[in-house]
Design a protein around this ligand. Sequence first.
Ligand SMILES: Cc1cc2nc3c(=O)[nH]c(=O)nc-3n(C[C@H](O)[C@H](O)[C@H](O)COP(=O)(O)OP(=O)(O)OC[C@H]3O[C@@H](n4cnc5c(N)ncnc54)[C@H](O)[C@@H]3O)c2cc1C
Length: 496
Amino acid sequence: MESIWKLGSRGVAEHPSLTEDSEVDVAIIGAGITGLTAALALAEAGQRVMVLEAATVGAGVTGGSTGNLYATLASGQAPLRRKWGDEVAADVVRARAEAVDHIEVTIERLGIECQFKRQPAYRLSTEDRQHARHDLNEELDALVSAGLDAEMAESPGLPFDSWGIRIANQAQFNPLHYVEGLANRLQGEGAVIVQHSPVREVDPGKGIVRTDEASVAAKHIVQATHTPKGINLVQAGMLVSREYAVSAKLRSGEYPEGIIWVLDPFHSLRRYQYGEGEYLMVIGEKHKTGEHHGDHYQKLREYLETHFDVEAFTHGWSAQQYSSPDGLPYIGRMHSHDNLYMATGFAADGLVWGTLAGLIISDQILERDNPWHAHFGARRITPGKSALQYAKENVTVTKHMVKDYLGIEKLETFDGIEPGQARVATVDGEKLAIHRTETGELKVLSAVCPHMKCIVHWNPSESTWDCPCHGSRFDTDGEVIEGPAYHPLAQPEGRA
Ligand SMILES: Cc1cc2nc3c(=O)[nH]c(=O)nc-3n(C[C@H](O)[C@H](O)[C@H](O)COP(=O)(O)OP(=O)(O)OC[C@H]3O[C@@H](n4cnc5c(N)ncnc54)[C@H](O)[C@@H]3O)c2cc1C
C-alpha cells in the first residue's frame, strides 16, 4: 500500500546503487529527513558527502508520516514537564520551534514545492467536559509556561462534539516532496546519493561502510537509519510501535483544517489538498511491533465512516516509531566511537526531531557549537527518568524469547498452509517462517531474527515478518525493511 505523499511525487534525479569503492569525508546511512538535513548542511559547508539509502529517498518513516510540524510533543507537554521540569520542557519547545523555522526557511531558500502552510494544532477531547477539564487545564498550563501561544478552544469544525486546546502557528507540509527537494539540491552541491544500497556492515574503527557491492571510506559515519543498526544499548529501553494511516475523499461535509489530535483513544486527523483533490486522513491504531491485533486498516476506515460522509478510500500505509525511555531523543556521537553518530528515539515527533538531529550532528562534525546538543546527547544516561521503560521493554524481550522459542508448533509438512497464509513452525528441528503467496508459491525462511535471535511474527496487515524484540522487519523474501538488523532472514538450505 502506498502513502498519500506519493501523489504528484517527482522523485529525485536518478541515483544509482553503489558499485565502486570510494572515499568521502562523511558517509550518511539513510535518506530520510535526518540524513538529508545533515547531508545538506555538511555539503554546503564544503564536506564531501555520500548518502547511502537501502531503498529510495524518503521511503522510510519520513515518507509514511503525517507531515505535521509542531514545537510541542504529540504525547503532550504536561507529561514532558512532569518528567523533566520547566526548564527542559521549555527548551524542548524552543529547539523544536527553531527546527520548524529552519524547515520553512529551507523551503523558501531552495524553492521546494511541498505545500508548507502555517496551521494551528488542536488537542481535543470527546469526553464529558467536567471529566476532561483537569487534564486539559494541566496541558494548557504546560504549553503556555513553555512559551507557546495556546488557549482553550472549541472543535475546528469537526462533525462530532469535541473541545480542547488550540496552539497557534504550527505547520503542515508534504514530507516526501520536502526530502525529495533536499535530495535534488544535494546533487547540485556535489554530494552523492546512492539508492538501493543497503549497508550491511559499519566498521567505525577503520572508518569503513560496506554494502553488498562495495565499500566507502569515511572520516565520519552517520547512522541516520531511525534506529542505529546492529546491537546498541539504546535499543534495550526503546518502545517500538507501528501506527496505521488511511485517507479518504468525502461526499459531503467540511474537511477540517489544522493539526488535529483527538484523544481517548488517540487519532490524528489531517486534511491534505493536492491539485484539485481534497483528502482526509486518519492515523492511529498504534500497537507494539510484532504484537498485531486484528485488521488495523479496517478499524481506521470504520472510524472515518462513523464520523464523516466518506465517498471513497484512497490510500493506506503504516510506519514505525521508536520511543525513548526518558522521553527525549538520542542525537549525536555514539558511546563506542567518536566518528560514529546516531539519531533515534523520536516517537511520533521525528520530522522536527530529525531536522534538529541533522543540524546537531552536522555541527558536531564541523566542530561548531550547537545550543541544543546537551539535552539530547546520545551518550546521556538518565536512570531516574528511564528505568521504568527499560524494565518493561526487557520483560517484553525475555517474554518473547521464552514464549516464542518454547511455544512454536511442530510441522511435518507444509501442506496445511493455504494460499495467503503464514506460520512460524519447527520443521526437522529448524525454526522456520513459512508463507504461501496468494498464487500458491511457498516461501520458507529462517524465523530467527539476525539482530538478536528473537523469533519473528507474521504481520497480516502488511504481509511482513516483524520482530517483537527490537522492531526489525523483513519482507516475504527475507530482505530487511527497517529496524536494527543489517542482514536478511536466512534462507534455510535445501528448502523452496
Ligand atoms: C504513522 C506515523 C506518523 C508520523 N507523523 C509525524 C508527524 O506528523 N510529524 C512528525 O514530526 N513526526 C511524525 N512521525 C515521526 C517521523 O516521521 C519520523 O520520526 C521521522 O520521519 C524519522 O526520520 P529519519 O530520517 O530519522 O528516519 P527515516 O525516514 O525512517 O529514514 C531512515 C532511512 O534509512 C534507510 N536505511 C535503514 N537501514 C539502512 C541500511 N542498512 N542501509 C541504507 N539505508 C538504510 C531507510 O530505508 C530510510 O529511508 C510519524 C511517525 C509515524 C509512525
